[in-house]
Design a protein around this ligand. Structure first.
Ligand SMILES: Nc1ncnc2c1ncn2[C@@H]1O[C@H](COP(=O)(O)OP(=O)(O)O)[C@@H](O)[C@H]1O
Ligand SMILES: [Mg+2]
Length: 226
């Protein structure tokens, strides 16, 4: 679980905070992060993903304040959280190589790596693509590979930045069902989107972001009125 407490963040050479005093929890299930372009969704997710250090406030991972930890302790906490970029980034090599990437640095046996890759491909319904060149796939397929790569490391929290931006309507619906399935298995998932209708369909709660101000709404019915 990721908690932000009074978090503010400003980009270098910017006089205004891109995130202003945000306090919220990304808990179990699916949290939709909704807001127009430029409102601060990506910045918020990157703060939650421990990629950006807040100017003020705290980011707690499973109740522990991350940025005040000794460096040696940070590694284990970073591994609990994975951020998936809006544009899928494919490395050279096969789909299986791409999914194994995050596991290679983790001292797992090659059998364990193979088993986890297999499991992640299965979960995303792309087992048949294992030997394909990742960079030759469609964007929709690449998005699945990126998600499989994230899942393979078994993060407690998964932060997805506009994962459906490049998909058509049926692709979006399929992807969303997939995400709901993953959340049911216990991963805390946050999904940034400017597609409100879609978000309303799948979310357990919403974070509305407007001009750097984030508001957590626990009741989706209420969120639909915002
Ligand atoms: N690397 C950056 N440097 C300076 N300003 C940035 C940078 N990235 C984003 N911003 C600004 O921060 C604000 C929030 O951006 P962002 O988090 O990307 O919004 P969203 O993901 O909702 O579109 C915007 O005003 C944007 O222009
Ligand atoms: Mg964004």
């Amino acid at each position: 679980m990721i908690e932000l407490k009074r978090v503010s963040f400003a980009y270098p050479r910017s006089c205004e905070d891109a995130i202003k005093n945000a306090s919220l929890v990304f808990g179990p299930g699916v949290t939709a992060v909704i807001g127009p372009n430029g409102s601060g969704k990506t910045t918020l997710l990157k703060l939650a993903a421990l990629l950006y250090r807040p100017r003020a406030g705290e980011v707690l991972i499973d109740g522990v304040s991350f940025w005040s930890m000794p460096d040696a302790a940070k590694v284990a906490f970073r591994r609990k959280v994975v951020y998936v970029h809006e544009k899928p980034i494919m490395l050279r090599g096969s789909v299986a190589d791409n999914v194994a990437y995050g596991l290679r640095v983790r001292n797992l046996s090659s059998e364990d790596v193979a088993a986890r890759v297999d499991e992640a491909l299965e979960a995303l319904g792309i087992k048949s693509l294992a030997r394909e060149k990742a960079q030759a796939l469609s964007i929709g397929q690449q998005q699945r590979v990126a998600l499989a790569r994230a899942l393979a490391v078994r993060p407690k929290s998964l932060l997805l930045d506009e994962p459906t931006a490049n998909l058509d309507k049926s692709g979006r619906e399929e992807f969303m069902e997939l995400i709901v399935g993953l959340a049911e298995r216990g991963t805390c998932i946050a999904v940034a989107t400017h597609d409100r209708l879609l978000a309303l369909k799948l979310m357990d709660r919403a974070v509305i972001v407007e001009n750097g101000t984030a508001t957590l709404i626990e009741n989706p019915e209420e969120a639909s009125l915002v």
